[in-house]
Design a protein around this ligand. Structure first.
Ligand SMILES: [Zn+2]
Ligand SMILES: [Zn+2]
Length: 354
């Protein structure tokens, strides 16, 4: 098999030929037909996360060693099953691979929250991922039915889609008189706006510093848009709400957006942080009890949410984001283009010969 591996931080991914693995136990061998290129791969590529106070969390800090195959939005054809696999899924079927895999044997995994497993080992993060022509999937339950959905678009649902959906779902408890504030209308944020437009009835205010992204957000269902570079965002949100926002979903996660998100909440409101931009939370601890506010994170989503999102997609209730395909040999260039903001929507990379 061929894979494009991260061999050193910031270096081009290297084409490596190795023996195609044989699935063991409950494993499934999938022939990758496309894999989405996600913004979060840039953290791996550069070798660190920014912790916002001048320090960095490195791959070594996260116990990730190189070389390594990234790619956590794979779609492909089921090729072979391990001896312990019991499933109705037929060999040759095209499925999306849910990448957020836990140990499969703990209380969090049992309750269906594998993303919260103490030993979470996602494909393309801690297990070899989809920048390859083959991938080993630990169990057939991760093979998601995408019948009727464009397979390249389905790639984007594995990370961007389910991440946006899980965050928006956490905002659904919003009160009837509330407005939902979404900060950031990049790839994941815009997906969130498109989901919320149908999934949450409340008016939606979208904040971004890029006019083009705000225009896309209006197109996707935003009722109001605010550009903090041109106007005072907290004043505008105060004007548009009676006593502040009921829920803020922050798809950026910088020091500045977190400050804005916490500031504009009404009493009893909830701030949901999704974005991995990196920064620090800096506010008086008293703000939580005296304003009775909730602060929570949202990391990807669980398999149940993945199925729920796929049903919404199949029912035509999610605006698809634009997707284009490139040969997998251009994966490094694609990461660079993503870094430089040259990609609208999502790019999927396709192995040679597919
Ligand atoms: Zn991702
Ligand atoms: Zn587990």
């Amino acid at each position: 098999m061929k894979s494009y591996q991260l061999v050193a931080a910031d270096a081009p991914l290297e084409l490596v030929e190795s023996e195609t693995p044989t699935p063991q136990g409950t494993e499934v061998l999938v022939k990758v037909t496309a894999c989405g290129v996600c913004h979060s791969d840039l953290h791996f590529w550069h070798g660190f996360y920014d912790l916002g106070d001048g320090t960095k969390m490195t791959l070594e800090d996260r116990n990730i060693s190189l070389p390594f195959t990234m790619g956590h939005e794979p779609v492909g054809e089921v090729l072979a099953y391990g001896p312990d696999v019991e499933t109705d899924i037929k060999i040759g079927e095209t499925r999306m691979v849910f990448p957020w895999t836990g140990c499969g044997d703990c209380a969090r995994c049992d309750e269906g929250n594998e993303q919260d497993c103490a030993n979470v080992a996602p494909l393309g993060v801690r297990r070899p991922g989809g920048y390859a022509d083959h991938i080993i999937v630990p169990h057939p339950r991760y093979l998601v039915n995408i019948d009727g959905v464009d397979p390249h678009y389905a790639c984007t649902l594995a990370c961007a889609g389910v991440t946006a959906f899980s965050a928006i779902k956490k905002a659904r408890a919003i009160a009837a008189d509330d407005k939902l504030v979404i900060i950031g209308a990049g790839g994941v944020g815009l997906t969130g706006v498109g989901i919320a437009a149908d999934y949450i009835e409340n008016d939606m205010i979208v904040v971004d510093i890029d006019e083009e992204k705000l225009a896309a957000a209006r197109e996707a269902g935003a009722d109001h848009t605010i550009n903090p570079k041109r106007e005072n965002a907290s004043e505008q949100i105060a004007k548009l709400t009676t006593a502040g926002a009921g829920t803020v979903v922050d798809f950026v996660g910088s020091t500045e957006t977190a400050a804005l998100g916490m500031e504009v909440l009404r009493r009893g409101g909830t701030y949901v942080l999704v974005g991995l931009y990196g920064g620090r939370l800096n506010f008086p601890t008293l703000a939580l009890p005296t304003r009775d506010i909730a602060l929570r994170g949202s990391y990807v989503g669980n398999l149940g949410e993945m199925h729920e999102l796929m049903e919404l997609v199949k029912a035509g209730k999610v605006d698809p984001i634009p997707v284009s395909a490139r040969p997998m040999s251009e994966v490094t260039q694609t990461l660079q283009d993503l870094e430089d903001g040259r990609i609208i929507g999502r790019v999927v990379v396709v192995p040679d010969g597919v």
